[in-house]
Design a protein. Structure first.
Length: 230
């Protein structure tokens, strides 16, 4: 699929920082991209130009949200977690759309899109630091392939690359989960052994206390016996 974009237009956009607005923006990005492909194929230049300007606004809008989320570190990345932390699908879909745009043959907006991808990676890095990394790669790969299928991508090379990445990411996730399960099993076994050792020590201590108590009782009996004899 050959798509040409002219995204050097400067557009001022007011950005809302809410999960719903982000979802709406991502949906509009995908819909607008499909329209651009359609209008290029049909040669409708006026409609194509309108969609290209709209794509500029959408890319700037989503970049603005990512930038704001990344700059929100004073609140322990509260905005980033609100926008992306509970729904990895958002950052995965954004990356899928921008990544697809880098595969186009006639592309005139490299900086805007590559900057957007850099911001995606920065968001993902924070999510990983916050402990959300295990499934992220597999979700990215799945989101990319599903996105290409939704827009009807016919680029065999891109589809093949996306398919291979999903297979690799899925295998890696399974291996990671297997390693995690093994680690958890080993930790559980170590915890069981520690608990057994604690119980063994408790029983030894109780036995020693009973022995001492019995010796004390006998000593008291002997003392009383001597006192009664005297």
């Amino acid at each position: 699929m050959t798509v040409s974009f002219n995204l050097h237009v400067r557009v001022g956009t007011a950005v809302q920082f809410t999960p719903q607005h982000l979802d709406d923006t991502v949906e509009n990005m995908e819909a607008t991209l499909k329209k651009i492909c359609k209008f290029q194929q049909t040669g409708r230049r006026t409609s194509l130009s309108t969609c290209q300007v709209e794509m500029v606004k959408l890319i700037d809008g989503v970049r603005g949200m990512m930038q704001a989320a990344l700059q929100n570190s004073k609140n322990r990345h509260g905005l980033l977690k609100e926008l992306f932390g509970e729904n990895y699908g958002r950052i995965c879909r954004i990356r899928a759309i921008l990544d697809h745009m880098t595969w186009t043959d006639h592309f005139s907006s490299g900086k805007r899109v590559t900057d957007g991808l850099a911001e995606c990676r920065a968001v993902e890095a924070v999510l990983k630091d916050l402990g959300h990394s295990r499934r992220l790669r597999e979700m990215q790969a799945r989101a990319k392939l599903e996105f290409l299928q939704r827009i009807g991508c016919t680029d065999k090379e891109e589809l093949s690359a996306a398919t291979q990445e999903l297979e690799s990411a899925t295998a890696s996730l399974k291996a990671t989960e297997a390693d995690k399960a093994q680690d958890e099993a080993e930790e559980a076994e170590e915890a069981r052994l520690r608990a057994e050792e604690v119980e063994r020590k408790r029983q030894v201590e109780e036995a020693e206390e009973r022995r001492k108590a019995e010796e004390h009782r006998k000593a008291e009996e002997r003392k009383k016996s001597r006192e009664s004899q005297s």
